[in-house]
Design a protein around this ligand. Structure first.
Ligand code: FES
Length: 165
């Protein structure tokens, strides 16, 4: 039995261990010094850090799971919970707030039927609120994945959402 076949838990179905194995070996030379970059690659692949992938990584590069968990929870860009295919960040910083960000957020709640931090049932969107994403003059700002949508009005929300599968 190969290392890749050895780990099986409830969440393993979504993790491609052969692909993970190849990535750790070939892209990151199985080097524990590359831990953060490996985590970034896993997050890019799954949009979060599945526990079975981290358990496998721990055994593969010889870093205790507790250490990997510590790193994964220290950086806010990492998520240990499954997230949607598209990540919406609505800015609630002061500049956006005074320009109506709260109304945009409420419209998002209504349209998607989720609250902050939640993911739609179909896995299409995860909604997060953030404090300033660095383009205050465009407020209110809503970011979807890497796309900035500035000066967004409440009645434009659905049109923006429609751009993402
Ligand atoms: S306050 Fe929203 S981008 Fe700065």
């Amino acid at each position: 039995m190969s290392e890749a076949q050895a780990i099986r838990t409830d969440q393993t179905d979504e993790v491609d261990f052969v692909e993970l194995d190849t990535m750790i070996d070939k892209e990151f030379s199985k080097d524990k010094e590359n831990l953060i970059m490996i985590l970034q690659a896993i997050q890019r692949r799954y949009n979060y850090l599945p526990k079975p992938a981290l358990t496998y990584l721990s055994a593969k590069i010889g870093v205790p799971y507790s250490k990997i968990y510590e790193v994964a929870t220290f950086y806010s860009t990492f998520s240990l919970e499954p997230r949607g295919r598209n990540i919406i960040s609505i800015c609630l910083g002061t500049a956006c707030h005074v320009r109506g960000a709260e109304r945009v957020r409420e419209r998002l709640h209504e349209s998607l039927n989720i609250a902050d931090g939640q993911t739609t049932d179909d896995g299409r969107f995860t909604l997060e609120s953030v404090r300033c994403i660095g383009c205050c003059s465009l407020g209110p700002v809503m970011k979807v994945n890497e796309d900035m949508h500035g000066r967004i009005a409440t009645d434009e929300v659905e049109k923006v959402l429609g751009q993402y599968e």
